[in-house]
Design a protein around this ligand. Sequence first.
Ligand code: NDP
Length: 287
Amino acid sequence: MTVMIDGKTLADEIVQHVAQDVSAFKLKHKVTPALAVVLVGEDPASGVYVRNKIKRTEQSGLQSIAHYLPENTTQSELDELIDQLNRDESVHGILVQLPLPAHLSEPRVIEAITPVKDVDGFHPENVGKLVTGQPVLVPCTPLGCIIMLKRQMDDLSGKHAVVIGRSNIVGKPIANLLLQADCTVTLVHSRTQNIEEICRSADILVAAVGQPLMVKEHWLKPGVVVIDVGINQISLDGKRKLVGDVDFNGVLSKTAAITPVPGGVGPMTIACLMQNTLTAAQHQLGC
Ligand code: NDP
């Protein structure tokens, strides 16, 4: 029987813990940790993500500061806002929702956020710390994946982990975290040859591709633990449906455990953002 890794319940637990720690933090420091979220433009999916993040921020007892900027915001206007948030001592975490409208530079925005408030963990300084194993704000989705894997498996040491996808925000940081957990890691991507064969040797498979239902039953070794990061909208029987990168129903005969989509990695990403905001505030106040 496959174990369903319930990201929603685990995320609720994490948010409850964060809320308790936030209460203690407020009593001790007479300060409420605050997360500033910046959304540029009208992208509907980004709007949903931002609303969910704000809701969770409030549930965690954190202060939520939202900046909704119009689609035609200029790079210098965005730079100016980030600079102001960097300098504002009452703001402890800054998140600029990606993707940005095409005329704005994402690398420039990522580098503009001061590393101590970079709750997404995307700043090159934080990436460098992650790669070299130093304490750091770890990107939220990869952190959520590792927490789920550690809950599911007693020991990750020596396991062969295959990560499909090499993006800076998901694939690469997950690979680094798995390496730190003493896995043997293989990172595969669109140019990889024999991808199915490589996946078949995985004890842990993380799919972060953005290709609906790509990973099939014959790609998997019996007993594999699968983390499906993908969020893809498909049309099924005339209805819109969210699916992952893994053919969920098709692979259940092979998996020891798997994350569903929705209800797996997604909720954990937001819970980890709450944890990172508290961690950022603790560091800024020297605890
Ligand atoms: P990117 O598009 O940035 O990266 C996709 C990666 O997949 C690339 O490395 C690409 O390879 C690789 N790839 C694409 N097609 C194939 C293929 N046919 N075979 C093998 N590899 C392939 O995506 P992200 O990393 O940002 O996101 C991945 C997925 O995760 C998306 O569905 C996204 O929506 C979801 N996501 C979910 C989150 C959550 O909270 N649950 C958070 C963030 C993302 P190459 O580099 O060679 O082009």
